[in-house]
Design a protein around this ligand. Structure first.
Ligand code: ADP
Ligand SMILES: O=C(O)[C@@H](O)C(=O)COP(=O)(O)O
Length: 418
């Protein structure tokens, strides 16, 4: 089938979030992990390519995003969506703006919009400022993120240093007047040379207006929620019969490298009902992952044991001071990736993974190249089926701050009903 909408996500949890929301429409959505090696084959109406470029050096992020775009265009996509985090996570150098500008240049467009709002998960944009629940982004737990601490809530201020062309805003007062008013305002800004337009949205109805006004743009950017209405607006996103769910053995493992506030609560809740092993980056540095692997070896996989590096902000800061931010993160990601492979080789077939970077590392180590997206456990977190090392597995990749406190148990309870 020719692809009508091609999506590029900057991390793996973000990609499953986006694919899950697009699939709510019933449209056929194919999720590829990394840019596929060969030319497009067996494509769906909606294609999502998951990259692991949120914290990559800018030039590398841009090169990967451009390669993804070239593949999506070869698949027929004339509309492209650039998905980043609903909390606008980016490093000080920042990849959101440079990737958007590179995609705009390749697509030959002068203007795009930015809307990370995700009301179902408490993310709203008002007067260009991003809120998490009732808190401005920089007063939310995102201020302590291990890799992308967010210290400003103003999206124009965050974006301006990342791009070369002018940044502007369409505020909620305009969005509330409907798609025609929004289109007219975008036209006025375009005539004034404003290339990068932050658009306010506080509720799903605003996102409907934005999608209606902007679905014809060759490039839209944002969180998953503003993309959710697109399948209904673009012809060709037809439904596809689902393959039967694979018969999965009971063994499961829960892996958490996320230190986000919600994951910390989820880890605490899960430790009350399942065995757990805590990774320490300082120990990983000197002794490797041997002790964790030995611990896992002694566990019954039917108990769905948890291996986690999830820690409070003070502990994370101490590890980062001793090892450096990148090294601390890489040690944890490598260890969890090795543990995932060991668990699969011992018979685990259900994987619950918390953390975007963590999910990228685990999925790559498991050699997963494509995910079949199924039902959401919580908004933006679907179960997926995949093939890994010649066996069928179920995998859910949870964004740091998504899901209820009982998420890990909720996920494991749902997987047999898919
Ligand atoms: N105890 C720790 N000390 C330092 N870094 C850690 C620790 N635990 C996890 N990390 C790193 O923090 C990062 C968390 O990012 P990520 O997996 O994307 O989670 P989230 O989805 O919450 O953003 C990862 O690179 C992970 O390896
Ligand atoms: O948009 C979102 O919030 C998520 O899809 C996402 O990208 C979250 O990233 P992580 O918290 O790093 O998993």
């Amino acid at each position: 089938m020719a692809t009508v909408l091609g999506c590029i996500a900057d991390d793996f949890t973000g990609a499953t979030d986006l694919a899950g929301l697009l699939a709510r429409s019933g449209a056929a959505v194919r999720l590829r992990m990394g840019v596929p090696d060969g030319p497009p084959q067996d494509t769906a109406g909606i294609e999502v390519i998951a990259l692991k470029i949120r914290t990559a050096p800018v030039a590398e992020a841009v090169a990967q995003a451009r390669a993804a775009l070239a593949w999506l265009r070869a698949a027929g996509a004339e509309r492209v969506f650039w998905k980043y985090c609903s909390t606008f996570d980016s490093t000080p150098q920042g990849n959101i703006g440079p990737v958007a500008e590179a995609l705009m240049a390749d697509l030959g467009v002068q203007q795009t919009i930015y809307c990370p709002a995700f009301p179902e998960n408490g993310r709203a944009v008002f007067m260009g400022n991003l809120f998490v629940g009732r808190d401005p982004l920089d007063e939310s737990p995102m201020k302590d993120h291990p890799l992308t601490p967010m210290r400003d809530a103003n999206l124009m201020r965050l974006l301006a240093p990342q791009v070369t062309r002018p940044v502007g805003l369409v505020d909620r007062l305009c969005v509330a007047r409907g798609a025609g008013a929004l289109r007219a305002e975008l036209g006025r800004l375009d005539a004034a040379g404003v290339a990068h337009v932050v658009v306010d949205a506080v509720a799903d109805a605003d996102l409907g207006v934005i999608a209606e006004a902007c679905h014809d743009m060759p490039l839209m950017t944002g969180g998953s929620a503003v993309a959710a209405p697109l399948p209904g607006l673009l012809s060709g996103g037809a439904a596809e019969a689902r393959a039967a769910a694979p018969d999965l053995a009971p063994g499961a493992v829960v892996l958490s490298g996320s230190c986000s506030a919600m994951t910390r609560a989820q880890v605490s809740a899960y430790l009350r009902r399942a065995p757990g092993y805590k990774l320490d980056p300082l120990v990983l540095r000197t002794e490797g992952a041997g002790a964790a692997l030995a611990w896992l070896e002694a566990q019954a996989l039917q108990d769905a044991p948890l291996v986690y590096a999830t820690a409070e902000p003070g502990e994370v800061r101490a590890a980062q001071q001793a090892l450096g931010v990148a090294e601390a993160g890489a040690l944890v990601e490598d260890a969890l990736a090795r543990i995932a492979v060991a668990a699969r080789d011992r018979g685990a077939r259900r994987f619950v993974v918390a953390g975007g970077e963590t999910s990228g590392a685990v999925t790559q180590a498991l050699g997963v190249v494509q995910l079949d997206v199924r039902r959401e456990i919580a908004p933006g977190v679907p179960w997926c089926f995949a093939e890994s090392g010649g066996v069928d597995i179920a995998l859910t990749l949870k964004s740091g701050n998504f899901g209820a406190e009982s998420f890990f148990a909720d996920a494991l309870a749902l997987v047999d009903t898919l």
